[in-house]
Design a protein around this ligand. Structure first.
Ligand code: IVH
Length: 730
């Protein structure tokens, strides 16, 4: 390669890499696999080694530069970095709308009955920075500091791949000077991984993604910052040159689009909203989706959309009059750990549960939180009586995150796990190489029996309507039911007193309804029955694979699971080899069922007790239609000969064969679960979130972010009517 060819290839590679960084960090829609991206990088590095004169500061290879500093220089913000006034109540928002409207009406800008347009955005929970681009090149970056003066963090900011070192040239003219304001943050999944690394290296863990982002940006050694998974979202501008100012889009939303055109990442879920009433709906909608965003948000922000009106409204006391933050209920709160109790789960696992002084967090009052297991308590160094930080995010079970570091009172006491089951007194055993303690009582243990019955009766298993927790608890307490099979022998007379209704007639009616529901559950699909059995690690998906592969229960019971396990391990090994050679992998039956699950299935059917329960269920009339299993291919694969002959397994074929579906919103007639079942029966897969690999989105009423995402990615969206038509016509 001559120097001229190298120069043009280098430019091309830098543009390509910047484009793919933008796809990845800006629109969250990578266009190429990581391996190809890495190859572009390597090629660029090689050419730069060969032709060092071609290296410029805006090359992605130059993101990490400079030696560790003694401290940060300071940067004066020419346009101050303001903060937002916070609102927590609906009334605060109504007052904001009124204030702004009155000011604009008073100045003759808005008609008295005119509605105001707002740009609504997410409020990212990170830290504010200002990035200065001159002639398209990133030249300086600063933290907010006190709003007038911040710290110079240019070298650290340069390591963040989401931030372009050079603005995209087209389709807009490159501004001479542009200061971009935005938030540096860390995504939740990255934060978890970062803390795992910190733990593995014996370093202190970070408290939350925001602190981790702040700590990472304030590292004196940019090499350390470069290892931290920092991201960036732009939400505004500071200083711009005069010529650019004249050409700036007239609205906040237009300005954000313009920043996107310049190659800057802007957060998702922006909306233009006409009139104050719509703001509250936006807030509620985003709050409902809060857990689905891959990063933390602590509220939403409303901004008067017209920029000339923003300027007119100005600011008071370091906050703009034209914008407000509408906060969400905090997801973290401090409270006292009053006690640690032990809960026994369906599979006998002993889970310590924190009993807390009730505290309002994440929008609800919380008095219990999970502590996972004994190791977790030790790792977090918790004692009964400690002050703790708890977190409740979305619908997630509240968790004790850590204790508040403070001198302990003499009244705190360490916690010790019991050696006997607190419910049935059976011995407790530690799982081999696991942190989990289990009660060995099985169905002898009241807690396990209760949970097993709840699991058995639930809608997604045997679907016994009316067999709720209260009735189950009484059935267990009064020893009316030992195993799920006993349910099929219950009479109206036995059940009636459990209902405690107003009069005996109502009790007897409720009881006879339940007897009817139990009877109706006798006819069941095999996959649901398998799921209902409560085999460890066998969820609905695994149960479905088993049912499809074997077609009936008998072959599953008589399967040689030890042999299957050996084969699975051998196939895994072989496929690892094949992957390294880029050969196609062996496809074998029970795809998707790993060795741990196979062991668990084998252990379950090896227990005579479990087989007795199954026999008793069958004797009680439980039955399922036999399906045509697709089991082929095992015969060709012996553990030793794996890799020589690999049997192909055919998966179910049907209208949806090979397709991935996502279901969202309320469908007019089918439940989501029913629609999912139809898709699976037709050979398709149902996924929880929309990606490029999604073939169809089945959307009903009030479909939210998944529908938006589908539209963004151009995934086909159909309604229930069209769905049913396809299912019928094939
Ligand atoms: S606008 C003049 N928009 O919230 C208005 N801020 O106190 C300046 N923040 O320091 C801020 N998301 O760090 C704006 N979409 C958003 C934001 C946002 C997060 C942060 C920002 C600021 C603080 C407000």
């Amino acid at each position: 390669m001559d120097a001229e060819a190298a120069a043009s290839r280098v430019l091309e590679l830098r543009t390509l890499i910047a484009h793919h960084d933008q796809c990845y960090y800006g629109s969250d829609a990578p266009e190429i696999p990581d391996a190809i991206y890495d190859a572009l990088w390597r090629e660029l590095q090689q050419i730069e080694v060969q032709f060092p004169v071609l290296i410029t500061p805006d090359s992605p290879t130059q993101r990490i530069s400079g030696a560790p500093a003694e401290g940060f220089g300071s940067v004066t913000h020419l346009v101050p970095m303001l903060s937002l006034a916070n609102a927590f109540e609906d009334a605060d928002i109504a007052a904001f709308d009124r204030r702004v409207r009155e000011a604009l009406i008073g100045q003759g800008d808005l008609e008295p009955d005119g509605l105001l347009e707002f740009g609504a955005e997410l409020k990212f929970d990170g830290l504010a920075v200002s990035l200065r681009y001159e002639h398209g090149q990133l030249v300086q970056a600063a933290t907010r500091g006190d709003g007038s003066t911040g710290e110079d963090v240019t070298l650290n900011i340069r390591t963040i791949r989401a931030i372009p070192l050079r603005l995209t040239a087209s389709p807009v003219a490159t501004p001479e000077v542009l200061e971009v304001r935005g938030e540096v943050l860390i995504f939740r999944a990255d934060f978890k991984r970062l803390n795992q690394v910190q733990r593995a290296q014996g370093e202190r863990e970070f408290v939350n993604p925001r602190n981790a982002a702040a700590g990472s940006l304030r590292q004196l050694d940019p090499k350390i910052t470069a290892q931290r998974p920092l991201r960036f979202f732009a939400y505004g501008i500071g200083t711009v040159d005069d010529r650019t100012r004249e050409q700036l889009p007239a609205t906040q939303s237009g300005m954000l689009d313009w920043l996107v055109d310049l190659g800057l990442p802007v957060g998702p879920c922006r909306e233009g909203i006409l009139g104050g009433a719509g703001l509250l709906q936006f807030w509620a909608r985003v709050l409902a989706q809060r857990a689905e965003f891959p990063f933390d948000i602590d509220g939403v922000v409303y901004k008067v959309n017209r920029r000339d009106w923003q300027d007119k409204l100005g600011w008071v006391a370091r906050s703009p009059r034209w914008a407000i933050a509408h906060k969400f209920p905090a997801e973290e709160a401090m409270t006292r750990l009053l006690d640690i109790e032990i809960q026994v789960g369906r599979t006998g696992a002993l889970t310590p549960v924190a009993k807390l002084e009730p505290v309002f967090v994440g929008g609800v009052t919380v008095s219990n939180a999970t502590l996972h297991n004994e190791d977790e308590i030790r790792r977090k160094d918790l004692q009964v009586g400690d002050n703790v930080i708890i977190r409740r995010a979305g619908d997630v079970i509240p968790e004790v995150i850590r204790r508040v570091p403070e001198a302990r009172l003499s009244t705190t006491r360490p916690f010790v796990m019991p050696t006997a089951c607190p419910v049935c007194g059976s011995q407790v055993a530690r799982e081999p190489n696991g942190a989990v303690l289990r009660c060995t009582g099985g169905l002898f243990c009241g807690a396990q029996r209760r949970q097993a019955l709840r699991h058995f009766a639930q809608r997604r298993a045997m679907d016994i309507e009316g067999l709720g927790e209260k009735i189950i608890d009484q059935l267990v307490e009064q020893e009316l039911v030992q195993t799920p099979a006993d349910l099929y022998h219950l009479s109206t007379e036995v059940l009636a007193p459990l209902f405690r209704a107003k009069n005996p007639r109502e009790e007897s009616r409720a009881a006879s309804n339940l007897v009817g529901a139990i009877a109706a559950s006798r006819e069941v699909r095999l996959e649901r029955f398998l799921f209902a059995l409560g085999i460890r690690h066998v969820g609905e998906e695994i149960a479905r694979i088993l049912a499809r592969t074997y077609g009936d229960l008998e072959p599953i019971i008589h399967e040689d699971w030890i042999e299957r396990l050996d084969q699975k391990l051998a196939v895994q090994k072989e496929n690892q080899r094949r992957r390294q050679r880029s050969d196609p992998p062996l496809v074998v039956p029970l795809e998707g069922i790993g060795p741990e699950i196979i062991s668990s299935i084998g252990e379950f059917f090896a227990q005579p007790h479990n087989l007795q329960v199954i026999d008793a269920l069958r004797a009680g009339g439980v039955r399922w239609p036999v399906e045509i299993g697709t089991k082929v291919g095992w015969e060709n694969i012996s553990a030793e000969a794996v890799g020589v002959v690999g049997g192909e397994i055919e998966t179910a074929s049907g209208v949806c064969s090979g397709q991935t579906w996502v279901i969202t919103g309320r469908l007019p007639s089918l439940s989501r679960e029913e629609a999912a079942e139809r898709i699976r029966l037709a050979g398709g897969k149902v996924a929880g979130s929309v990606s490029k690999r999604t073939d169809f989105v089945l959307a009903g009423e009030e479909a939210g972010s998944k529908l938006d995402r589908a539209r963004e990615l151009g995934v086909a969206v159909i309604d229930e009517f069209e769905f049913l038509r396809r299912m019928l016509n094939g």
